[in-house]
Design a protein around this ligand. Sequence first.
Ligand code: FAD
Ligand code: NAG
Ligand code: NAG
Ligand code: NAG
Ligand code: NAG
Length: 429
Amino acid sequence: MVGEGRKARAVIVGGSIAGISSAHALILAGWDVLLIEKTTSPPTGSPTGAGLGLNPLSQHIIQNWISQPLFLPNNTLPLAIDQNQVTDSEKKVNWTLTRDESFNFTAAHWADLHGLLYNALPPQVFLWGHLFLSFHVANEKGSVIIKAKVLKTGEIIEIVGDMLVAADGCLSSIRQKYLPHFKLRYSGYCAWRGVLDFSKIENSETIIGIKKAYPELGKCLYFDLASGTHSVLYELQNKKLNWIWYVNQPEPEVKGTSVTMKVTSDMIQKMHQLAEKVWIPELASVMKETKDPFLNFIYDSDPLEKIFWDNVVLVGDAAHPTTPHCIRSTNMSILDAEVLGKCLEKWGVEKVESALEEYQFIRLPVTSKQVLHARRLGRMKQGLVIHDRDPFDPKSARQEDCQDLQLRNMPFFNDVPLSFASITSSSSI
Ligand SMILES: Cc1cc2nc3c(=O)[nH]c(=O)nc-3n(C[C@H](O)[C@H](O)[C@H](O)COP(=O)(O)OP(=O)(O)OC[C@H]3O[C@@H](n4cnc5c(N)ncnc54)[C@H](O)[C@@H]3O)c2cc1C
Ligand SMILES: *[C@@H]1O[C@H](CO)[C@@H](O)[C@H](O)[C@H]1NC(C)=O
Ligand SMILES: *[C@@H]1O[C@H](CO)[C@@H](O)[C@H](O)[C@H]1NC(C)=O
Ligand SMILES: *[C@@H]1O[C@H](CO)[C@@H](O)[C@H](O)[C@H]1NC(C)=O
Ligand SMILES: *[C@@H]1O[C@H](CO)[C@@H](O)[C@H](O)[C@H]1NC(C)=O
């Protein structure tokens, strides 16, 4: 219970983009925040992660959270254009399927965005190296009691809060307590990913070649479609090239808790050989010269019916595991946090459940549609069966079939609601 003169306290589990964004939004809403993350130290400055795209609204929200207005423009590159093209490696030809010149996203590196959000918060908010173990709701839903393990010492500690925010990712253990039968759904493909740092090889054949083949690197998000596969290429700040390559394959049998797989040098070699067959030599060279490429098996889930129970709420990938085809889930996480903060501010600490109800009302319809849209787009680009149409073949596709490839055709692309009022006013028109 929140007594006179005491601020309400939220415990956030997970210190990735959704968790840190929630910390910003809740502090602005007047809450005390404590964030538990099992990673032993902040990933700031490390090469962890790869590229991500931010839409104008996400950029605007972030600028409001942090105090350095120039930080975003300084650390991102424009992704002004969204382009889909076909590569026919047998006939050695390519052509453009769609081109959207007013896409207006920006590209950032995960570690830069994380560092930016992290450094703008007081360090005492964070408990690094703390593994969340369990929780229970107490005090007639007025509080939550969390157990966590301090990884360095093995000590188990108890933390009490007025609300629990689950930002613990697509495998969320907090969600599992309410939905014990929940399972992720395998997409049918995996993604090879990597970032090539070309700061020291700017004049190499590979870099000169790739810039010639993709002359708009630095402002264009390139999708290359071949038969039953596709790849993504764009440039990041500080002379980096980010690429992703989706490959259809059966679900891996590894039992574990991670959807990122350890790769052997043998697997990397096979990937390089296949790249030479599927892609133009310039793109294959970029893939071959990238150090430590990694492999993600792609999962999502059918939309959940609920994203809060009592005073426990899901944000980010915990609330809506998604495939990455609509530019991953980063901007969904940022919007979740923003809307959650605004709802808590509106209802005050005495009415947490009403605030969470409103958060769910605003966010669930949006994220549900976007997750299903991303699923469909991925299946289309991978040439897989889709229930209401023939498999998409980029080489024979008619112009009107290609429109679906454009990112701006996803639901709520330009008009994502941020408040209850914005929903009720638009539906009354
Ligand atoms: C290291 C890392 C690198 C990434 N790189 C990219 C990238 O390059 N491009 C991109 O588009 N997306 C990337 N992502 C994914 C991206 O952050 C998410 O898809 C999206 O932003 C939503 O994130 P999230 O915070 O909901 O979940 P996640 O990013 O999955 O974060 C969940 C967090 O919860 C923590 N956690 C889970 N269980 C526990 C527990 N029991 N106790 C304590 N902590 C726990 C995890 O350690 C993790 O930090 C990356 C994620 C991580 C963790
Ligand atoms: C692109 O987004 C920025 C905000 O990030 C905005 O200032 C600008 O007007 C937008 N440009 C176009 C062409 O929509
Ligand atoms: C951004 O870049 C400009 C010009 O290079 C520089 O003057 C400024 O200090 C930078 N700001 C931040 C916050 O990094
Ligand atoms: C597309 O074709 C042109 C002309 O043959 C070639 O120069 C270019 O490298 C190709 N680009 C891609 C991305 O396939
Ligand atoms: C994230 O970006 C997509 C476009 O890829 C945009 O439609 C969407 O509005 C953004 N996220 C959310 C949650 O709105």
